[in-house]
Design a protein around this ligand. Structure first.
Ligand code: ADP
Ligand code: MG
Ligand code: MG
Length: 547
C-alpha cells in the first residue's frame, strides 16, 4: 500500500470508530474529560439578561429552545395547578414521536381516558368543548394530527396562565445560566478533526467531534485569504445567515460558527451517507440510477426542504444530486446554501445568474426576473437524473458547451425513456415546464400542488414530515461514502492578500459561536444537560450563587 492509501485507511478507521460508538448512543464515552469539565454553569449573578439582547417571548423560550422548554416543563410539574397540563403535553409529544401507526390507537385511547374524560381526575378543562368532542370522535383512527388543535389550546393556556410564574421561578434562573454557558466563546480547541469528507471552493469539509459532548459534526472550513481573494465575504455571510435561520429536518443545520487564525468555520449536521450523485452513479456502477420508489422518497424529502426555504423567502438556486446528502438512516437533507438568496420583504422577484449548467431554469438563462419557481425546475431535473442516471439536457460525461446545454434547456423537449412510469414522467414534465407561470410549485404558502401529484399518491406526508417513514436504503455504517483522501485534492497557497482591520471586523461578526437550538439539542441528547441541571435541597445549589 502506498502512503496515500495508508493515510486513507488511518483516517477512515478513526472516523468509523467514532461513528460506531455514536451509533450505539455512547457519545459520552467519547467525551474528552478535560473539555467536558469546562462546560460549567456560570453563577446566577452573572446571568441576568440585558434588555433587548434575548428573545424572551413564550414561543422562543418555552417552545422553540429545547433547554428552555425542558425547564418550563419542570416548572409545570412542580406547580400543583399545572401538573395535568404538563402530563398532557408529555403524552402528546410521546404520541407524536411514535413510529408505528398501530401504536397510535391504544395510546390515543389511554390519553382520551385520562385527560379528555370529565369524570377523570386529570380532566383538562382548559380545552374547548369542541376540541374535546372532536378528539373523542376520531381517537379510534389514531391519525398523526389527532392532538394538533388541543396542543394549540394547551400552549395558549400555558402562555396566559403559567408563563409569568415561570419567569420568576428558579427554573428560569437555571435557563439563564444555560444561556450564559451558551454565550461563552467557541474556538477550534473544542473540536477534533476526524477525516476529510470533501472539498469546497474555499477549503475542506471535515468530520469532527465536539470534544466536550462527543457529538459528531461536519466542519466546513473557509480559508480567509482565499475567501478574500475571490471576493467571497458577502456570499459567506449570506450562507451563514440562511443556515442559522432555517430549522428543518430536510436541510443541514448550522450548530457553530467560529474562526481560527486562518479560517472561518461552519459546523453543521454530519451527513455520513454521501451525496445523491455518488449513490446514483458510483454505488452500483452496472445499474446506475434509482428505482422509482426510492427516487420518490428522496424527491419528497427534498420537496419538504424546498417548502421550508420558500416559506422563509429563500430561493435555493443550486438543487442537484450532489448537494443532497444522506444521513446514517438514509434520510436526505439539502446542503450547500452558498448560492441561495433571500427575497427582501416587499419584493416578489429577483434577478441574477446562479446555479449549475444543466439544472438552471429557462427564465434564469434568459436573464429574466424569477422567484421560487426556479427551484421546481431544478427539482424536475434532479428527479429525472435519479431515475435515468443522466441529465435531461446533458448526459453524464458528455462533452458539450454550456451554450448548447442552455439551448437545449430553452428549446428542446425532454426525452423520456421507457423506464419512466406515467406518473413520474408527468411530474417531471410539470416541474420542467419551460414557462414558469405554468410550472407547478409553491403557491399560497405551500407546495401542496406538488405534494398532491399522483406520483406521490401512496405517500403519507404527515409521517414523512415527522421523520417517521423508514428510508428505502440505509447506508452501511462501515462504509465511508467519500473519496479517498488523496483524491480529495489540495489547495494552492494564496499570495498577495492582506487582511485589514475591516476584514477582522467581518470575521468577528461571522464568528457568533453557538446557535441556540442545535447547541441545546446537543447538550440534551449527550446527557450534559442532565448532568449540569442538578438541584440542591432548597432549589438552586450553593455553587449557583458563588462568584
Ligand atoms: P462549497 O460550497 O464550497 O461547494 P460544500 O458545502 O458543497 O462546499 O461542501 C463541499 C463538500 O463537502 C461536499 O460536496 C460534500 O462532499 C462535503 N460536505 C459538505 N457538507 C457536508 C455535511 N454536512 N456532511 C458531510 N459532508 C459534507
Ligand atoms: Mg458544493
Ligand atoms: Mg457552496
Amino acid at each position: 500500500m502506498d502512503f496515500a492509501g495508508l493515510e486513507t485507511v488511518v483516517a477512515n478507521s478513526a472516523y468509523l470508530a467514532a461513528r460506531g460508538s455514536i451509533d450505539s448512543h455512547l457519545a459520552f464515552a467519547m467525551q474528552d474529560r478535560r473539555m467536558r469539565a469546562r462546560l460549567k454553569l456560570p453563577p446566577v449573578s452573572q446571568c441576568q439578561p440585558t434588555e433587548g439582547e434575548m428573545d424572551l417571548t413564550f414561543e422562543s423560550i418555552c417552545c422553540q429552545q429545547p433547554v428552555g422548554k425542558r425547564l418550563f416543563q419542570q416548572h409545570l410539574r412542580s406547580t400543583e395547578q399545572f401538573k395535568m397540563a404538563a402530563g398532557l403535553w408529555q403524552v402528546m409529544e410521546d404520541y407524536n414521536s411514535r413510529l408505528e401507526e398501530a401504536e397510535h390507537i391504544p395510546l390515543a385511547l389511554t390519553i382520551v381516558h385520562q385527560y379528555y374524560d370529565p369524570d377523570s381526575r386529570d380532566f383538562c378543562s382548559f380545552l374547548s368543548e369542541d376540541a374535546i368532542a372532536r378528539v373523542h370522535e376520531v381517537a379510534r383512527l389514531g391519525k398523526a394530527d389527532l392532538f394538533r388543535e388541543s396542543e394549540q389550546q394547551l400552549l395558549s393556556y400555558l402562555e396566559a396562565q403559567a408563563f409569568e410564574g415561570y419567569k420568576t421561578s428558579q427554573f428560569f434562573q437555571r435557563f439563564l445560566q444555560f444561556k450564559g454557558l451558551e454565550g461563552q466563546p467557541v474556538g477550534d480547541e473544542w473540536f477534533a478533526d476526524l477525516r476529510v469528507l470533501g472539498k469546497g471552493g474555499f477549503g475542506e469539509v471535515c468530520a469532527c467531534q465536539m470534544r466536550a459532548t462527543g457529538k459528531l459534526y461536519a466542519n466546513k472550513k473557509l480559508n480567509k485569504k482565499r475567501l478574500k481573494k475571490r471576493n467571497g465575504h458577502e456570499a459567506v455571510k449570506i450562507e451563514k445567515q440562511i443556515l442559522a435561520k432555517v430549522h428543518s429536518r430536510f436541510i443541514v443545520t448550522l450548530a457553530y460558527a467560529f474562526q481560527t487564525k486562518h479560517e472561518l468555520c461552519l459546523v453543521m449536521t454530519l451527513m455520513n451517507g454521501g451525496d445523491l450523485r455518488y449513490h446514483i452513479y458510483n454505488v452500483n456502477e452496472k445499474m446506475p440510477g434509482f428505482e422509482e420508489a426510492r427516487a420518490c422518497f428522496y424527491s419528497a424529502q427534498i420537496l419538504c426542504g424546498l417548502q421550508h426555504l420558500h416559506q422563509n423567502r429563500i430561493i435555493y438556486r443550486d438543487l442537484k444530486p450532489e448537494n443532497v446528502l444522506l444521513d446514517d438512516n438514509g434520510h436526505v437533507r439539502i446542503s450547500d446554501l452558498g448560492l441561495a438568496t433571500v427575497l427582501k420583504e416587499g419584493c416578489s422577484h429577483t434577478r441574477g445568474y446562479a446555479g449549475t449548467p444543466g439544472f438552471m431554469a429557462p427564465e434564469m438563462l434568459k436573464g429574466e426576473c424569477y422567484d421560487f419557481c426556479v427551484d421546481y425546475f431544478t427539482l424536475g431535473v434532479t428527479l429525472y437524473e435519479m431515475v435515468t442516471a443522466k441529465g435531461p439536457f446533458r448526459s453524464r460525461g458528455e462533452k458539450v458547451e454550456p451554450q448548447e446545454v442552455s439551448r437545449r434547456t430553452l428549446n428542446e423537449p425532454v426525452d423520456y425513456p421507457s423506464v419512466f412510469s406515467q406518473d413520474c414522467k408527468s411530474l417531471c414534465e410539470a416541474l420542467m415546464t419551460k414557462d414558469p407561470s405554468e410550472r407547478i410549485g409553491f403557491k399560497l404558502g405551500s407546495c401542496s400542488e406538488v405534494k398532491t401529484h399522483r406520483f406521490f399518491q401512496t405517500l403519507n406526508w404527515a409521517r414523512l414530515e415527522a421523520g417517521l417513514i423508514e428510508a428505502p436504503f440505509t447506508p452501511d455504517p462501515k462504509t465511508v461514502y467519500a473519496k479517498d483522501i488523496a483524491d480529495v485534492g489540495t489547495f494552492s497557497s494564496i499570495k498577495g492578500v492582506v487582511i485589514t482591520e475591516s476584514d477582522q471586523q467581518f470575521y468577528k461578526e461571522f464568528a457568533s459561536g453557538k446557535m441556540a437550538i442545535p447547541w441545546q439539542e446537543e447538550i440534551i441528547e449527550t446527557g450534559v444537560f442532565d448532568e449540569l441541571n442538578v438541584w440542591g435541597d432548597g432549589g438552586l445549589t450553593p455553587s449557583d450563587g458563588e462568584d
